[in-house]
Design a protein around this ligand. Structure first.
Ligand code: NAP
Length: 278
């Protein structure tokens, strides 16, 4: 598994991490096994959120004996992101996760509270040792500009929608983050389950490239998305088998020619007026 510096922070984080949206109580035992297996394979970046229901508690169980190895990320909902509300939301997340700190804490998306308030709370959490860095999610260029004006280089990352059929961030958000030293975390990197089928032209190309590397189409997709050193991906897997396949992408390097062919098969498309979100 390749590790990379996470934006301008001091932390080194695996290129491929683990998402947790929609893991729930019914699949708890398998989800815990999947997360633990992922950790063993180097996918130590675990992404969760107060929004994801039981996910934080399930993550808490999975990381109980591995806390020091994990780069643990959670998110505050915009409706909780007042100064006081952020502090309280963080306490609740810490309790559910059975830990006393987060490695990175994100504003899930921009809401009605002024960014200044949320960021002041993040600062307080940093000073108290309850978080080690913080970032944003679903921030488009105007949001990033506003945030930068308030705090500059304190922002560790922007977590955004990015998969083969949704490459809008490449127009402006990704270059902006690279220029300003923010890590870009690709969420829904496998299309939230809507992955190119084996009989589609794009799917056939992924299979062909995969076979050259003894890899799978999903591994090729993840390697393509993380081809730039600023980008990390957090696919969600509910089974140890899926986790194992995703971890395999962490060592896969595509050639320039393969990247060019994938780029042509899944074209960037025109720049949308607003950043697409899920
Ligand atoms: P995703 O990771 O793109 O796709 C997950 C789907 O792919 C699930 O159906 C999963 O099935 C399947 N899958 C995963 N690995 C597979 C494999 N090796 N073979 C076959 N199928 C596989 O979608 P996502 O969950 O939306 O995104 C990933 C994470 O990003 C989330 O879990 C969450 O942590 C984060 N996220 C953040 C935001 C935000 O607003 N910041 C929004 C969306 C997501 P199984 O479950 O059966 O393994």
């Amino acid at each position: 598994m390749q590790f990379r510096r996470f934006g301008s922070t001091q932390y080194r984080v695996p290129v491929i991490g683990q998402g947790t949206w929609f893991i729930d109580e019914r699949g708890r035992a398998t989800a815990v096994a999947a997360l633990k297996h992922g950790l063993d394979l180097g996918m130590t970046h675990i992404d969760t959120a107060e929004m994801y229901g039981a996910a934080e508690e399930i993550v808490g169980e999975a990381i109980a004996r591995h806390r020091d190895e994990v780069f643990l990320v959670s998110k505050v909902l915009p409706q909780n992101a007042s100064r006081k509300g952020t502090l309280l939301a963080c306490e609740r997340s810490l309790r559910r996760l059975r830990t006393d700190y987060l490695d990175c804490y994100l504003l899930h998306w921009r809401g009605r509270y002024p960014l200044r308030e949320t960021f002041a709370a993040f600062d307080e959490l940093l000073l108290d040792g309850k978080i080690r860095s913080w970032g944003v999610s679903n921030f488009d260029i105007p949001d990033l500009e506003d945030a930068w004006e308030i705090v500059g280089a304190d922002i560790a990352c922007n977590q955004v929608l990015y998969h083969l059929n949704e490459r809008a961030i490449e127009h402006a958000v990704l270059p902006w983050c690279e220029r300003h030293g923010l890590a870009v975390v690709a969420y829904s990197p496998l299309g939230h389950g809507d992955f190119p089928g084996p009989h589609s032209p794009g799917g056939r190309l992924l299979a062909e490239v995969a076979s050259r590397h003894g890899a799978t189409p999903r591994q090729v997709a993840l390697a393509f998305l993380t081809r730039e050193p600023s980008v990390f991906a957090i696919p969600k897997a509910s089974t140890p088998e899926h986790a194992e396949e995703n971890a395999g992408a962490g060592d896969l390097r595509l050639t320039r020619e393969e990247i060019a062919r994938i780029d042509a098969a899944f074209p960037l498309g025109p720049e949308p007026r607003e950043l697409p979100v899920l």
